[in-house]
Design a protein around this ligand. Sequence first.
Ligand SMILES: [Zn+2]
Length: 194
Amino acid sequence: MPINRLVHELSKLPGIGERTATRLAFFILRQPKEYASALSNALIDVKNKVRLCSKCMNLTESDPCATCLDRRRDEDVICVVEDPSDMLAVERTHAFRGRYHILHGALSPLDGIGPDDLKIAELLRRLEEGGVCEVIVATNPNVEGEATALYITKLIKPTGIKLTRLASGIPVGGDLEYIDASTLSRAFEDRRPL
Ligand SMILES: [Zn+2]
């Protein structure tokens, strides 16, 4: 039955249990047909049109992305973040005018997420191309983020490229996304060498 199928698909979304999925399914059913069309088109578009930037691995509609193409940004500093949402958090601070690299996660052996699941090889390839003098490791200040920072440090240290980590003062266990802009901005200014 179509409604069961919709509930089944919706319940696969993170944080959505079967009860919420059922509520959403009935909500969609009550809306005009245009709503269902707009929703399904948006879902299909996001898969068809959004891809990864071949340079920074950010989500983009055009490759390279607008940030990578922006000539006003410094080419020689790369800020490494876990997720696109973390990049947006850094952008909100206006404290950083360099380039980004999005890892798409953090090391988490318990969840089976290893280095090959992250965009680490892509980062190393970028650094090999030269022209980068500082890498700011802005992974989240929690266990997975710290483990990822440590792993990246070990790989990059031998290249002689300057490595920095955001200053403490950002709450431990937190996520960049939820840190207020002024705190995050200070963490950038006071970043420490790794
Ligand atoms: Zn890019």
